[in-house]
Ligand binder design. Structure first.
Ligand SMILES: *[C@@H]1O[C@H](CO)[C@@H](O)[C@H](O)[C@H]1NC(C)=O
Ligand SMILES: *[C@@H]1O[C@H](CO)[C@@H](O)[C@H](O)[C@H]1NC(C)=O
Length: 382
């Protein structure tokens, strides 16, 4: 046998074992498994201390997140836990917060989550400082996973999201079925029951994936995959357990994106999207349920519009909730068709067209908190 043949056989064996294990987990345990350049993220910083997870006596769960020597060990741990199947109870939505520190919109999340305690779980990767702890009484208290610094436009944001996925998959207490990636400027635009029903009932993960224009294709992808298979999309995705497992157990595609690339790289907007496009093309919806206003980019150029308290948030939320067509967002960077109907496709849900597109929105400033709380108590279905 030559090297090439051996490699092929090894890949076939590894893939088969992986899928047998996955199938065992999925089909025996839970039906629900059918289931930027980062513009939301931290400025560059470099201080680094190992996080100390002591004293995490959360109000929601007395669970200490185990620590590992490195991410690879964490991912292996997560995979071993995955083989045991998800935790007990009803399928939950795990909200994965990638933040610097405080989540000033917490009152919005608290109101959204209240009364549905059996159906969600929270995980926070707070990275500036890495040992940031939420105060007693916060819904995020004790939910900080061991974290590392995160810098814009780097693989470190991918690492943070993979860490969150791994801890949420490995958590023995919860039956985490869906994984929603959010940051500190994100809020829900619908009530929890509607969000839950939409996600749990979906046959596809909400991962945007379009072929980016050439300047974003500068990764050395061969021999793993041809560059035409490269995909790009919004970092803030919503995915099934199956897709979370694919991401946490991947090593080969990750290595490609962790290697340096020339100028135009946005690993967080390309790694997840490409991996899931390659591994399960028919399992992703090619869109996200996270609204962002890319038509107006202010106050930060290159970043979607940020809303404070001076805007009419009632009208904004009402508009977002009624949208059945995507925003053009990052899709403007698509290398394919740039016609308006391609940039702003009609939203599909389980194959049905003209569906509600959005469950979440960004970006909102802390000062918008009370206005959003008011919208939540006024708009029906919140
Ligand atoms: C997403 O796009 C791919 C083509 O890139 C397509 O094969 C797949 O069916 C699409 N997913 C859905 C749910 O339509
Ligand atoms: C989609 O829904 C909107 C409002 O719900 C409606 O005005 C529009 O005509 C629908 N479009 C199609 C193609 O069905």
């Amino acid at each position: 046998m030559n090297r090439g043949q051996r490699k092929v056989i090894n890949v076939v064996i590894a893939t088969s074992i992986f899928w047998i294990l996955i199938t065992r987990v999925f089909y025996s345990r839970s039906l629900h498994d059918r289931a930027s350049i980062s513009r939301c993220v931290p400025s560059v910083f470099s201080s680094r201390t190992d996080s100390d997870i002591s004293g995490s006596s959360g109000t929601l769960a007395d669970y200490r997140f185990p620590e590992f020597a490195n991410d690879r060990e964490l991912h292996k741990h997560a995979f071993r836990k995955v083989l045991d199947g998800p935790g007990p109870g009803s399928p939950r939505i795990a909200f994965l917060f990638t933040v610097k520190g405080p989540i000033e919109l917490e009152p919005v999340w608290r109101k959204f989550l209240q009364g549905h305690e059996e159906l969600w779980s929270l995980y926070v990767h707070a990275s500036n400082p890495v040992d940031y702890k939420f105060p007693p009484g916060s819904i995020f208290e004790g939910r900080e996973i061991p974290s590392k610094p995160v810098a814009r436009i780097s693989i470190s944001l991918v690492d943070a999201i993979r860490r969150l996925l791994a801890y949420a998959l490995a958590d023995p207490h919860y039956n985490n079925a869906w994984f929603v990636n959010v940051c500190e400027s994100t809020v829900p635009v619908r009530g929890f029951p509607a969000v839950y029903e939409y996600l749990i009932g979906s046959k596809h993960s909400f991962v945007e994936a379009f072929l980016p224009e050439e300047k974003y294709q500068q990764w050395d992808t061969m021999p793993e995959f041809p560059v035409v298979q490269l995909r790009k999309g919004e970092t803030w995705m919503q995915m099934t357990r199956k897709h979370a497992i694919i991401i946490v157990t991947d090593t080969e595609r990750y290595a490609k994106f962790a290697a340096s690339c020339s100028l135009w790289c946005a690993p967080d907007e390309e790694y997840f999207q490409t991996l899931l496009h390659l591994e399960d093309v028919s399992g992703i919806a090619n869109r996200t349920t996270m609204y962002a206003n890319w038509e107006e980019t202010r106050p930060i150029p290159g970043s979607p519009r940020s809303y404070g308290s001076s805007q009419d948030l009632f009208a904004l939320f009402d508009k977002i909730r009624k949208m059945t067509q995507e925003t053009d967002g990052l899709k403007q960077e698509s290398a394919l068709d740039k016609s308006p109907s391609s940039l702003r496709p009609i939203c599909k849900y389980n194959g049905i067209t003209n569906a509600t597109c959005f469950l979440f929105a960004r970006k909102f400033e802390a000062e918008a908190t009370s206005a959003i709380l008011h919208v939540m108590s006024t708009l029906p279905g919140f």
